[in-house]
Design a protein around this ligand. Sequence first.
Ligand SMILES: Nc1ncnc2c1ncn2[C@@H]1O[C@H](COP(=O)(O)O)[C@@H](O)[C@H]1OP(=O)(O)O
Ligand SMILES: [Mg+2]
Ligand SMILES: [Mg+2]
Ligand SMILES: [Mg+2]
Length: 331
Amino acid sequence: MFSDATAETRSVALRAVRAAAALCQTVQADIDDTVATKDDRSPVTVADFGSQALICRALQQAFPDTPVIAEEDSAMLQTEEQAHILEQVVARVQAHEPAATAESICRWIDHGNADRYHDRFWTLDPIDGTKGFVRGDQYAIALALVEDGVPTVAALGCPNLPDNLDDPTSHGQVFVAVRDEGAMQFPLSDPDADGTPIHTRDTAQAEEARFCDSFVSAHSAHDKAKEVGDMLGISAPPIRMDSQAKYAIVARGDADIYFRLPRPGSDYTEKIWDHAAGRLVVEAAGGRVSDMHGEPLDFTHAPLLSENTGVVATSGAIHDNVIQALADYER
Ligand SMILES: Nc1ncnc2c1ncn2[C@@H]1O[C@H](COP(=O)(O)O)[C@@H](O)[C@H]1OP(=O)(O)O
Ligand SMILES: [Mg+2]
Ligand SMILES: [Mg+2]
Ligand SMILES: [Mg+2]
């Protein structure tokens, strides 16, 4: 399905995300005492730092000249107060990179601290949905290459996502997408398994749609999504889920719409690493992604999506209807 042009990029991204997913799974199995609180009061864990260290290390080795814009930095790890977190990060990373030291790990993490737009850069959320991760629910490891402002290659790891939403017993996929070429899912449990192509649902009538939104009500206006869903005639209950796993379930046809609608009075600006990989996975699988006004997501103001308000992803054919319903709702 994928052309040879992106073979090395895809394979480095896929291997790095698989290693980070394995690290996250071992931390999640034993989550106590691995969580700290950042200056903005949001949680960060040993796994966020460990995941960013492993992925940035792999990117730096393979593509030394391509900047990385990632969520975390090592500053708080280097404080005395968080020495116990750093110690655990070192132990977790050494399981994958035996020669790693506290110093090299902090350097790898900070390789992800390019802070402005470039014509070609990687963007990484080492754990997207940290609150879900800490709760034992959904989270994602989201990596995308952005070229000329558009995501072109993505690897989105979803270690807790069931293969089938109605049967939570088997789970864990990584989604790989290439712009204009398609999207595939690979089981995390078997590095040798072939990928399976994924496609959005061919839903033509909005009333047949299922929509998903954030689990955390502070991240997205649940009531607005519900009311717009009612206007579209949607009767199925919303799927509430943490992280970019929401993009993945739209991409593979478990849901038709992902609503991320700002809460009234919120001054939160979305970050590029929360949307670059997910957007590409949905678009390459046949869907559409825009902001809530139908405008394309603009990654040229990295690290912020400062030109956009809200995000809407759909299976494709119903996108214009959904955007129209949002405009009618706002009126
Ligand atoms: N007030 C907010 N509004 C919208 N998104 C937020 C807000 N605060 C944090 N986020 C981000 O939302 C993402 C997860 O949202 P969800 O799981 O609901 O889709 C995370 O990346 C999280 O950032 P962070 O990574 O700093 O925690
Ligand atoms: Mg994160
Ligand atoms: Mg995030
Ligand atoms: Mg965070």
